[in-house]
Design a binder for this molecule. Structure first.
Ligand SMILES: *Cc1c(COP(=O)(O)O)cnc(C)c1O
Length: 525
């Protein structure tokens, strides 16, 4: 196995055909520099700063002053700068190229939004400032809330949830509060389709519900017969969590009927709104019978999401659930806007409580409103139409070489199964790794679980036809190599700085701890 200069493997153990072409002494490839971890390249006797020992200062630490050196590795300033710049060059980013991940909606983040979010009046305020001094920011939150309620035709919105999953928690806690207020604590069963995003069942369990899985029909949508069977005995049904368009990229045609069935059974309808970008401006979830739905501002309304945040998941609520909304929320008074902060009193008498310290992600609110206002109502509708058009263009263009998972048009993402790979020896993961050599981040793989070897591609509306064509030709060429049983695909990527990794072992037994060598520590003292 080839190691880089810091002793970590750069190549797969075997089956690598062109190793001699891509291996280098330094581990660098072209102008992409190999880079170790800080702990590997730093040393504990080095520092980027040179401060004089404080003179004549009485020790104010009492008995807790460290007796020995801390022993953290240090780097000089230029070494440190290079370390982070080199790491940043390893990143694939939406600003570098098309990001085909499905169920994530990686669309361009307009710079106008960034500019607005940096305005000092929004960026430099503090959540503990007196409310009279931040009326402009509260007005912005109120205007965004108004747009979200109009676009969904829902009467209330909780702005504080900080991601889609947090919004799910908000909606399900509101449902639980409503059931308790009805005196029906025994309603604990939540129906979740087999294609659901993992956060849905996780949220239900987190709220003390029991998950009951509904099967998918052969067309990728909810199996109505299975749903009806689960509702025959309905006294314990709390509700359903349904994504629309669903994670197969398909519109749930029977959604109104599903809402009626759930309501007739005494349950509530939670809609996972992560895919709202496919229908915004065209369909209002409130018209479909939805009781609660989160909106991922970082998907539908183009605010950035990377490295786990910062997201924002405002959650719209029906009239039945609105009284249970979390604090804080905004009310308009004669003196302007005011945040209602305390549950159990006044307007928040029935609120289920608080989800986070303050009111939510101000920077994301600013970016989302900027996006909404720059598009306008007609522009938002076109966002949805173009996203669906682009996904269908990809599906139709690749139909000849890959196997679409379902018949007919898709919504905002194109889903392929691994049926076309049968008897080639190539698997979904090899296609994903082959795409890396072609300069693209892989699409979502092996999700949704209802499709074998799933490959889920979401181009978003922000890609031009030229860019889509480039991506299609890259993916088609990888697929054709698979059909020709090209063995080199099994060890792709070949060009990336890091080769095929043992991802299972990385996840199961990660090396998370660094221990300085005792001898080095001694020397530093
Ligand atoms: C992204 C996504 C979520 C979770 O949203 P986060 O903002 O990542 O917490 C939930 N459901 C679906 C279908 C999603 O695509």
């Amino acid at each position: 196995m080839t190691m880089n200069s810091t002793g970590r493997p750069t190549a797969p153990a075997s089956g690598d055909l062109d190793r001699s072409l891509t291996d280098t002494v330094s581990g660098s490839r072209g102008l992409l520099q190999a880079e170790g971890l800080l702990f590997e390249i730093g040393s504990i006797d080095k520092s980027g700063v040179d401060l004089p020992e404080p003179r004549n200062r009485p020790d104010r630490l009492g008995g807790v002053r460290r007796a020995s050196a801390l022993g953290l590795p240090g780097l000089s300033e230029p070494e440190m700068m290079r370390h982070y710049v080199r790491l940043s060059q390893r990143n694939y980013a939406i600003d570098l190229g098309l990001f085909p991940l499905g169920s994530c909606t990686m669309k361009h983040n307009p710079r106008l939004n960034e500019r607005m979010a940096r305005l000092p009046g929004f960026a430099d305020i503090h959540p503990l400032q007196p409310q009279s001094t931040v009326q402009g920011a509260l007005e912005l939150m109120s205007e965004l809330a108004d747009w979200l309620m109009k676009l969904t035709n829902m009467p209330a919105v909780a702005m504080s949830p900080k991601a889609g999953a947090h919004g799910e928690l908000c909606g399900m806690l509101a449902i639980r509060a409503a059931l308790l207020a009805r005196g029906e604590p025994q309603r604990r069963r939540v129906l979740v389709p087999a294609s659901a995003h993992g956060t849905n069942p996780a949220t239900a369990v987190q709220c003390g519900f029991i998950v009951d899985e509904i099967q998918a029909a052969p067309d990728g949508r909810v199996d109505l017969a299975d749903l009806a069977a689960k509702l025959v005995e309905s006294s314990d049904v709390a509700g359903i969590m349904l994504t629309n368009p669903n994670t197969c990229g398909l519109f749930e045609r029977d959604i109104v009927r599903i809402a009626e069935m759930i309501h007739a059974a005494g349950g509530y309808f939670y809609c996972d709104g992560a895919n709202f970008n496919a229908i915004v401006g065209r369909v209002r979830p409130g018209d479909l019978g939805v009781d609660a739905m989160h909106i991922n501002l970082h998907k539908t309304f183009s605010t950035p999401h990377g490295g786990g945040g910062p997201g924002s998941g405002p959650t719209v609520l029906s009239a039945a659930l609105a009284p249970f909304a979390p604090v804080p929320f905004l009310v308009r008074t004669e003196d302007g806007l005011r945040l209602v902060e305390h549950e159990g009193e006044g307007e928040a008498a029935e609120s289920f409580g608080r989800m986070c310290a303050f009111h939510g992600q101000m920077g994301m609110f600013t970016r989302a409103l900027s996006y909404i206002l720059s598009h306008g109502a007609d522009g938002l509708r076109q966002v949805a139409e173009d996203a669906v058009l682009n996904a269908n263009y990809i599906q139709a263009s690749l139909r000849g070489v890959m196997s679409p998972a379902f018949e007919g048009y898709c919504m905002h993402e194109a889903l392929f199964s691994d049926a076309f790979l049968k008897e080639t020896g190539v698997e979904t993961i090899d296609i994903a790794k082959g795409l890396i050599d072609e300069g693209y981040h892989p699409m979502t793989t092996y999700f949704p679980l209802v499709v074998h070897g799933a490959m889920l591609v979401e181009p978003t509306e922000t890609e031009s036809k030229a860019e889509l064509d480039r991506f299609i030709s890259a993916l088609a060429s990888v697929a054709r190599r698979a059909l020709q049983k090209d063995p080199s695909l099994k060890s792709a990527p070949h060009m990336a700085p890091v080769r095929r990794l043992d991802e299972t072992r990385a996840a199961r037994s990660p090396r998370l701890k660094w221990t300085p060598e005792a001898s080095a520590l001694k020397a530093a003292e």
